[in-house]
Design a protein around this ligand. Sequence first.
Ligand SMILES: Nc1ncnc2c1ncn2[C@@H]1O[C@H](COP(=O)(O)OP(=O)(O)OP(=O)(O)O)[C@@H](O)[C@H]1O
Ligand SMILES: [Mg+2]
Ligand SMILES: [Zn+2]
Length: 509
Amino acid sequence: MLASTHSGSLIGISATSVSVEANSGERGDPRVVLVGLPDAAVKESLDRVHSSLSNSGFSLPRTRVTINLAPADLRKEGSSFDLPVALCLLSSTKQLSTQPLQHYLIAGELGLSGQIRPVRGGISMAMLAKEQNLKGVILPMESAREAGIVQGIDIFGVDSLAEVVDFLEGKVNLKPIIHRSDASSQAPRYEFDFSDIKGQYNLRRAVEVAVSGGHNLLISGPPGSGKSMIAKRIPTILPTPSLDEFIEVVRIYSAVGQGGALDMQSMIRPFRSPHHTISDVGLIGGGATPGPGEISLAHHGVLYLDELPEFKRSVLEVLRQPLEDGVVTISRSAGKITLPCQFMFVASMNPCPCGYLGDSNHSCRCSIPQIQKYRAKISGPLLDRIDIHIDAPAVDISDIQDSEKGEDSKTIRGRVEQCRQIQSERFKDLKSKTNASMSDPMVEKVCELNPENKSILLQAMNHLSLSVRAYTRILKVSRTIADLEQSERIQKNHLLEAIQYRNLDRKII
Ligand SMILES: Nc1ncnc2c1ncn2[C@@H]1O[C@H](COP(=O)(O)OP(=O)(O)OP(=O)(O)O)[C@@H](O)[C@H]1O
Ligand SMILES: [Mg+2]
Ligand SMILES: [Zn+2]
């Protein structure tokens, strides 16, 4: 007797349709054969299925049964086929009616006693089931909680094989998981707040400008000046993500099995801070079973590279293209996969190898060639993609004791959102949505300077020995500063502030 159901195979962060079929009553030894390009983990599935069937009180097939995972040319990986395979076996041996199985997409790993364990990519499975107009999707409880954010399809969370069978037989009634639809109107709840940062007015201002215009940022300062502290708080002032943006984030985390780490009721933006020993693959993604790297885990949030010059040059080089495109393409044996990675790039470094150049409390013992060598570790093309360089001066302990609490994240986020609104209207019909990502022709159009300001910029370029690449960066940042003041035109004070944010283009004196 033939039974079948729907499942999915996770490729990158997307699920591809796989149908699971079982045919019993075949001639030959009484055993179960699995066909359809399964990998080692899928083959092991049969042992788990056998054990969970008998431990859940079902009988094992007494004839030969063939299980087919179709299409046969798609490599099937992982343990998520356990549950659909077990259910098809039950159905083909008449222990479960065949009819209801055809209406659901089913995925889940089985434990030996029949309990159901989470799978990666539950949310992508739910999206696939929705595309296929199925009645619903049956997932392990933990995976179903992540998937519940997908609207327009019934998602059922289950804990054991016996429970699924009872549900499909209509013996128990399960309620679909409903994600609270008011989540989009909730303010995100972050662990940290900008008000924790005392003093550091210039640094805080530069960060606000960077976030407002979507500009990448490099913070340079001595040890203990609060670089990491402020970087960690950047997600808290980014605009509250839309529900669709948050779904994209959950989808990536769910694909790497980290969906459980997200609070589904508070839409917060990711903050990723990989160590400088990270490999290319760890950063941009890939591997034997190609999956997302840190840049995709930072999608719609912040990627922070602390101690930038310590990263291997090859790692920084592979970052360039994704920074530009907002997507990363990974080659695999069966073709390419493309993963999203739109993030704000924030980096920090010491001003020199000893860390104390420009610090009034300590003297720097580095020679100019040593400093040059240290800074040269960051390539020009990477620096090109960072609009704002800012110094974080050492803080006096007395400053920290005296200063009042700074402004809170919510207030700053309000200004950022207003500034982003101006940009969305400006770039309404265009691909780029922020000042940072506008094209050169657009810069000419919206960053026009009057003759006086033009000559100020030229003088500054000469006087401070700024590189040519700094020119457009300064104009874009000036545009953001003008937008923060809701000024139609770029004024002198906007330009002067933007010029200050090119520290690393200056010669070392
Ligand atoms: N502006 C500030 N307001 C309040 N606390 C601060 C401030 N700056 C630094 N601190 C305190 O100093 C600690 C060290 O700061 P942080 O780790 O951010 O420095 P850093 O610049 O990243 O140093 P390193 O170069 O060693 O990584 C913080 O955990 C915080 O307690
Ligand atoms: Mg630090
Ligand atoms: Zn030094």
